[in-house]
Design a binder for this molecule. Structure first.
Ligand code: CO
Length: 159
């Protein structure tokens, strides 16, 4: 597999609802290799999150790098969002040159599957919670520009 290319707007894949992955097919689909390639692409682009639709694959698969180690989630579902929200600055590797302030839940619980097919549940907050919300939105064809509060051409996280 060669290096992955990150797709940008107006590529239609970014607006599609991505398909759930059959957990029995993890090996057959080569998801460990895909995760490795996505993490490389994310790091090269200096991002801290990447969803599969951003590399042209309409499947429910994300990588996030906020913790010391990258996090890979298959079929992630946010099962609880805190009532408390906060504004934070975001950008997106698929929308170069744009940043904005987006209101997100401060804490979210997320469930999904690991690359070994095991169910996992994480209680997250702060930046990690923000990145997970941004990436799960990608799986539903939702982009941060749909939710932006105040558009500003400033630097920020690329997710
Ligand atoms: Co993004």
């Amino acid at each position: 597999m060669q290096n992955l290319t990150i797709v940008t707007l107006p590529n239609a894949v970014l607006r599609q609802k991505a398909k759930a992955i059959n957990i029995k097919d993890i090996g057959k689909l080569g998801l460990k290799e895909l995760a490795r390639k996505m993490i490389i692409a994310m790091r090269q682009a200096k991002g801290i999150g990447l969803a599969a639709p951003q590399i042209g694959k309409s499947i429910r698969f994300i990588v996030v790098e906020v913790l010391p180690e990258p996090l890979v989630l298959i079929n992630p579902v946010i099962t609880h969002s805190s009532f408390a929200k906060e504004l934070g600055q975001e950008g997106c590797l698929s929308i170069p040159g744009q940043w904005g302030f987006v209101k997100r839940a401060i804490k979210v619980d997320v469930e999904g599957y690991t690359l070994d097919g095991k169910k996992t549940k994480l209680n997250t907050e702060g930046l990690l919670a923000r990145v997970i919300q941004h990436e799960v939105d990608h799986l539903d064809g939702v982009l941060f520009i749909d939710k932006v509060d105040k558009s500003q051409l400033l630097g920020g996280y690329k997710l």
